[in-house]
Design a protein around this ligand. Structure first.
Ligand SMILES: [Mg+2]
Length: 155
């Protein structure tokens, strides 16, 4: 559990990080360099890591084989992603994604990041995220540095 008190926004008690795969952690199907190290750092801070993907490229299982503590789960629809987040406790979950399939989980999660980077983000995903970043590395930097999160979220 990572607890961050954000003035005017509330107390974040985060236990789970749920990430979309394609366009969020990958570019053209390949993992973005540095992503796995950042996930391990978040894990070392006590957060549970879940990767959800429609598995469009059929690479989900093989990509995360052997990475301890990272759970990869095939979810085919926005409703399945939302249902997964609801099953682990949305009030303790931060979601990261870029597409329309991520919008429903953004709506129920305590905190959500939309990342644009190389494959773009949908306007609907942008509108339903709490924070929009241009690259996944910036989402990780914000999550790892409470001062950045507070500076962005406080009113
Ligand atoms: Mg995506």
């Amino acid at each position: 559990m990572k607890t961050i008190a954000v003035p005017t926004y509330g107390i974040l008690e985060l236990e789970n990080v749920v990430l979309d795969l394609n366009g969020t952690l990958t570019a053209s199907g390949d993992l973005i360099p540095g992503v796995l190290d950042c996930l391990q750092t978040l894990r070392a801070q006590g957060l549970k890591i879940y990767i959800l993907s429609g598995d469009t490229r059929g690479t989900l299982a093989q990509t995360f084989e052997g990475f301890q503590g990272i759970k990869a789960i095939a979810t085919k629809t926005a409703q399945e992603k939302k249902a997964f987040v609801e099953s682990i406790g949305p009030e303790h979950t931060v979601c990261v994604g870029n597409g329309n399939i991520d919008v429903e989980m953004f709506k129920v999660a305590r905190l959500s990041f939309c990342t644009i980077q190389a494959e773009g983000a949908t306007t609907n995903a942008v509108l339903h995220a709490d924070i929009v970043v241009t690259h996944i590395k910036h989402a990780f930097e914000i999550l790892l540095d409470p001062d950045k999160l507070i500076a962005t979220l406080r009113a």
